[in-house]
Unconditional design. Structure first.
Length: 701
């Protein structure tokens, strides 16, 4: 529908575009001569976004326009086709992908009505579009008047472009080079006479190809795995039964986690009153068996999927329309291990609006294209750019909406793909570009409360507590809450304790503008206190020993305390040597940060210092000629006395280095048994009692 704007405003649009700094934005785009429906979105390597739309003049034609990182329109192009076909030709953009050279790959189906029994036939236009001005670099026009041909999705690989779709009721995969030349094409027929279409395609890091399929009866969907040359490895079909009959499938998309695990995201419905549900399904990459299948359903709302994005690790961003007497864009963050993390809706796309396409820029920004229709000329085409939604910090236009995932039961069966005739049908086409005007208006400001906060820790053990501290609200009141715990209103922060292991989210929401919300996650582990191992034996005060733990967790902080030792404390899993200058019994303890329990052990420090021979032979052969107690610990207070059997003192010394040579008053002592008494102490051992040791020794001749 045409839109009228004041002349002065249009004149401003003709001024040179001044580049602006990149920032988050949400803008409404419209044409001053035609009503454009957004259909697709891609972000190129230079951060520039290219948006596709459709405009209905006499027929349906695509429109492309490019946006700078601040949302400014850089160029705009309309596309018409010049052929000898009927003027009823029309086409739109099905898929766009960024190319390695910085340009965009665009797939456009062309529907036309030749005088054939099929009445409606299809072909596909594949083209490379220049990022600098929107001009065509090369183009391929695949199809003919008597062959239905449609490639719906594409993946750009290191050595070419993979296409998925159908030819003549058959599944079809094709690989072309970066000039559009065919490398290989594989067609496969399904069972029966249904029409089989590959809907979307994804390629794993190892090169395996996964393609989702739909058939014309719409009661089953399929997932097929191929090797890098298009040879089938396995194929599964999935069906849903509910009540009196099967559910039909309206949409199916696929994404792969960082390690290649397939996830399907789709919409199902029952015949009769509108009853759309969305489901997410994780399958085994080795055989297609279902690992997890869950659904979101609400009898008062209608859900329809629109896009799925793989994020880091096993996390995905799910995009859908959420209908409740109106349609809004709805985003969910989902992890294969944690399940549903959060759910947000965009309250700027109400009144039959829906998110069309999502994309990630190379520098980590999230783009979404949404369409909000109305019965007036004020329908809106909305582009959002934010670095916050992906990190669980929704911007000004998103608000929290809790949803629940429930288990979903699918019927799974093996599917056999039959090789079909291979064909590659191509004709030339000439493009003529038109230039509709695109205008913008900013509909979202940045004057919202900053609810950013920091956590004192993100990994705890059972019984641990964490503190959340506001870092950017400027004294504004925030609502603090944690999973399963009551909320607290505070302008500074809050503390939460967790008695059970698990994954928890801590939320902060602005009291003033509740659509501003942020969450951070903590992990609580059920960890038993480790056992302390003493690695060295100890004989004397002043010696040092080493300690270790029988188990060590990489994510925990260990704090040691050594009673009576030096050093007295240590932080880490492996302390260095600990020295004990005193004799006694001392406690060694290890605490895990934020944990209630700790490990303890006792170390004994005492003299084990005396070895005394029980006989000696003072015969001058220099072998065992003298008697002397052998000290293992240094003694600074030493007194040795030796007595004969009648109690007469025969030898005395206070020098630990002196020994008895068996003489008494400078004469050789008799062969007999003698008693000895040793008093000793180490003055370094403050407070230790002097030890008095006694024994006997035999003098042998």
């Amino acid at each position: 529908m045409a839109k009228l704007f004041p002349f002065t405003f249009i004149a401003l649009l003709l001024l040179p575009v001044v580049p602006m700094a990149a920032q988050n934005f949400q803008r409404e785009y419209s044409s001053n001569n035609e009503d454009i429906d957004l259909t697709n979105l891609v972000v190129l390597s230079n951060g520039q976004a290219v948006v596709a739309g459709s405009v209905f003049l006499q027929n349906l034609y695509p429109v492309l326009f490019a946006l700078a990182p601040d949302g400014t329109v850089l160029w705009r192009k309309g596309l018409r086709i010049n052929t000898n076909q009927s003027p009823q030709d029309f086409f739109s953009v099905f898929s766009m992908q960024p190319l390695p050279n910085g340009n965009a790959l665009v797939l456009m189906p062309n529907l036309y009505t030749p005088l054939t029994p099929d009445l409606l036939s299809t072909r596909v236009i594949i083209t490379e579009v220049s990022a600098s001005n929107g001009n065509i670099v090369w183009q391929r026009y695949i199809g003919s008047e008597n062959v239905q041909t449609l490639y719906r999705d594409a993946v750009v690989l290191a050595d070419g472009i993979l296409l998925s779709g159908y030819i003549k009721r058959q599944y079809s995969l094709a690989k072309i080079n970066f000039s559009g030349d065919l490398i290989w094409q594989k067609n496969y027929a399904g069972a029966g006479t249904e029409k089989y279409v590959f809907n979307s395609v994804a390629v794993s890091p190892s090169g395996d190809i996964y393609a989702t399929g739909l058939s014309s009866d719409l009661n089953v969907v399929s997932l097929s795995k191929f090797d890098e040359t298009g040879e089938p490895l396995w194929s599964k079909s999935y069906a849903l039964d509910e009540g009196s009959g099967p559910r039909i499938f309206a949409n199916l998309d696929i994404a792969l986690s960082a390690d290649g695990q397939p996830v399907l995201w789709g919409t199902s419905a029952v015949l009769g009153p509108v009853d759309h549900q969305v489901f997410i399904m994780q399958v085994n990459p080795n055989d297609g068996d279902i690992l997890v299948a869950q659904t979101i359903t609400d009898p008062t709302r209608t859900f329809t999927t629109s896009d799925i994005l793989a994020l880091q690790g096993h996390t995905f961003l799910l995009c859908m329309g959420d209908g409740n007497s109106k349609e809004i864009a709805h985003y969910l963050k989902y992890d294969l291990e944690e399940g549903l993390i959060w759910s947000h809706m965009d309250d700027k796309t109400t009144l039959t609006g829906i998110v069309i396409k999502t994309a990630l820029s190379p520098d980590g920004y999230f783009y979404s294209a949404s369409f909000r229709a109305s019965f007036t000329p004020e329908s809106a085409k909305i582009i959002t750019r934010t670095d916050q939604l992906l990190t669980n910090k929704p911007d000004c236009c998103h608000k929290n909406d809790p949803l629940v995932l429930e288990d979903q039961i699918f019927t799974v069966r093996d599917q056999v793909l039959t090789p079909a005739a291979q064909q590659w049908i191509e004709t030339d086409a000439v493009f003529t570009w038109i230039t509709p005007n695109i205008v913008t208006s900013l509909i979202c400001g940045d004057n919202m409360t900053n609810v950013d906060f920091e956590l004192s820790d993100t990994i705890l053990c059972t019984g641990g507590c964490v503190s959340a501290t506001s870092t950017g609200a400027g004294g504004a009141e925030l609502i603090w809450a944690a999973t399963g715990q009551p909320s607290v209103i505070s302008s500074t922060g809050a503390s939460f304790c967790f008695d059970a292991p698990g994954e928890y989210a801590i939320f902060a929401t602005s009291v003033q503008d509740s659509c501003r919300r942020m969450a951070r996650r903590v992990t609580v582990r059920d960890v038993a206190a480790p056992a302390i191992i003493q690695l060295d034996s100890m004989t004397c005060p002043g010696e040092c020993v080493r300690f270790a733990l029988d188990t060590v967790g990489a994510d925990f902080q260990y704090t040691w305390t050594f009673q009576g030792g030096t050093p007295a404390t240590f932080v880490g899993a492996e302390p260095g040597p600990v020295c004990y200058p005193q004799s006694g019994q001392f406690k060694v303890a290890v605490a895990l940060a934020e944990c209630q329990s700790q490990a303890e052990a006792t170390v004994a420090v005492r003299y084990r210092n005396l070895l005394t021979p029980n006989a000696f032979t003072p015969n001058g052969d220099n072998i065992n000629d003298r008697f002397q107690p052998l000290l293992k610990c240094p003694a600074t207070d030493y007194h040795l006395t030796i007595y004969d059997r009648w109690g007469e003192k025969v030898f005395e010394t206070r020098n630990p280095d002196d020994s008895w040579d068996g003489t008494i008053n400078k004469k050789s002592g008799l062969a007999d048994t003698y008693a000895w008494v040793l008093e000793l102490a180490d003055v370094r051992d403050a407070g230790a009692n002097t030890e008095m040791l006694k024994g006997e020794v035999m003098l042998l001749r």
